[in-house]
Design a protein around this ligand. Structure first.
Ligand code: SAM
Ligand code: SF4
Length: 443
């Protein structure tokens, strides 16, 4: 029997980190609704507060620890509130966590969400902890609670088998496993029926997807066949796992958008080898050339780490050179953060914090120049935009993404609503945003 809505306990979920966590929080929401909980948008109103956390860099963990101190005060005022810490941080350092935040009631890793209601019921004086990794868990039978809007995330694979020397993901999310293709298609079809127009297929190495004979290229084509879905994106592919089949599907399937996030990490072969990334610069550039050849309108973004163990000035200069050679549309750059459990952990840091900051600032400044240059070249061009809703800066402007995943803003007008695809003309660019006029509605 369903719990009557007025008396149902309320759960509040705060999400940190990557899109995978955003999608996982939607799965958790579904699990908790099934257990009789209702969602709330305010921690103050909640009977249960869950933080879905990220362990990728020390900074991410520090933010969560800060938030946990705030919540300790809330718990002092309302001791009956249950507090749970989920996700990668729970997996990464559960013992330290329980020591640092003894007021936690539940600690649950990424493969334990199914058991959350039971864990919450079990929490007493000591926190209930469940951080078992499960090679088979894909949550394929749980329909995540989509947040609304024209775009939705769909997790198609979990975990990672790559074990890059700097990265904690394989340790906290476990081994690679794919969601069965029929479950992916069922989920995408449900989303399409609810008005979603764009799906983003998610996985730490999404292009390593495999379900029997179905590889990532075949999956893209299958998702492309779902009626109502107009745009397909995916993140993050690993450069070493980009098959010809996937490139061919990107080129042939019109719903797959011409944009790829292709994490580079470093422009130096020496550093790439030390990172155990599994590709050389020559191989990476060859892949970029094959992608651009197959998909001429392709936009590229990347991830860069500065200050990895042993990165010398010449290696760093090679990264800047590579960025100029490829001409990325955007880049996410990070200072190397030493992570316990990883292979590079025991090697320690060789680049000082100040030097990392300098290198990071140079990467950001160079990318700003490259992005501005690339965006300026688009002025006067027309693009199709999927309308998402009001622009952040307001002023009766609407916003959406171009096929290349650039933010376009344009004047709101009668007859244009979220979910519509329209044609815009780019009039000017400021930073990362394209300011446009509406050229014509597109059917
Ligand atoms: N699986 C994706 C790949 O390999 O392309 C990346 C997933 S990871 C969540 C996102 C990014 O975080 C990585 O591409 C890397 O640039 C960055 N990252 C991972 N570990 C890091 C570390 N220890 N320090 C700094 N940045 C890190
Ligand atoms: Fe981490 Fe490397 Fe796996 Fe990406 S591919 S999640 S960087 S181990």
């Amino acid at each position: 029997m369903e719990t009557p809505i007025e008396t149902a306990p309320r759960v509040y979920i705060e999400t940190y980190g990557c899109q995978m966590n955003v999608a996982d929080s939607q799965t958790v929401r579904a699990v908790m609704r099934q257990a009789g909980f209702k969602s709330t948008e305010r921690a103050e109103d909640a009977d249960l507060i869950l933080l879905n956390t990220c362990a990728i860099r020390e900074h991410a963990e520090e933010r969560v620890l800060g938030r946990l101190s705030d919540l300790a005060r809330l718990k002092q005022r309302r001791p009956e509130v249950r507090l749970g810490l989920l996700g990668c941080m729970a997996q990464h350092n559960r013992a330290a966590l329980v020591e640092k935040a003894p007021w936690l009631d539940v600690v649950a890793g990424p493969d334990s969400y199914r058991r959350l209601p039971e864990l919450i019921g079990r929490a007493g004086f000591d926190p209930a902890v469940d951080v078992r990794l499960d090679r088979a868990e894909t949550y394929a039978d749980i329909a995540p609670e989509h947040a609304g809007g024209v775009r939705a995330y769909v997790t198609v694979m979990r975990g990672c088998d790559k074990f890059c020397a700097f990265c904690v993901v394989p340790y906290v999310r476990g081994r690679e496993r794919s969601v069965p293709a029929p479950a992916v298609i069922r989920e995408v079809s449900i989303l399409a029926a609810r008005g979603v127009r764009e799906v983003v297929l998610l996985g730490q190495t999404v292009n390593a997807y495999r379900c029997g004979e179905i590889d990532f290229g075949a999956l893209l084509r299958m998702v492309g066949a779902v009626e109502g879905i107009e745009r397909i994106r995916f993140t993050s592919p690993h450069p070493g796992a980009m098959s010809e089949s996937a490139i061919a599907a990107m080129a042939a399937e019109p719903k797959v958008q011409p944009y790829i996030h292709l994490p580079l990490q470093s422009g130096s072969d020496r550093v790439l080898a030390a990172m155990d990334r599994g590709y050389s610069i020559a191989q990476y550039l060859d892949l970029v050339a094959r992608l651009r050849n197959a998909i001429p309108a392709l936009a590229l973004s990347t991830d860069i780490i500065v200050g990895f163990h042993g990165e010398r000035e010449a290696d760093f200069a090679a990264t800047l050179d590579l960025m100029r050679t490829v001409g990325y549309d955007s880049a996410f750059s990070f200072k190397y953060s030493l992570r316990e459990h990883t292979r590079a952990f025991r090697l320690g840091d060789t680049v000082s914090e100040d030097e990392k900051s300098r290198r990071l600032a140079e990467v950001i400044a160079l990318q700003e120049r490259i992005s501005a240059h690339r965006n300026r070249a688009l002025v006067g061009a027309r693009f199709k935009v999927l309308v998402e809703g009001p622009a952040r800066r307001g002023n009766a402007m609407l916003a959406g993404k171009t096929p290349q995943y650039k933010t376009a803003i344009f004047p709101a007008q009668d007859g244009i609503a979220p979910g519509d695809t329209i044609a815009v003309r780019i009039e000017s660019t400021t930073g990362h945003t394209l300011t446009c006029s509406v050229a014509a509605p597109v059917t």
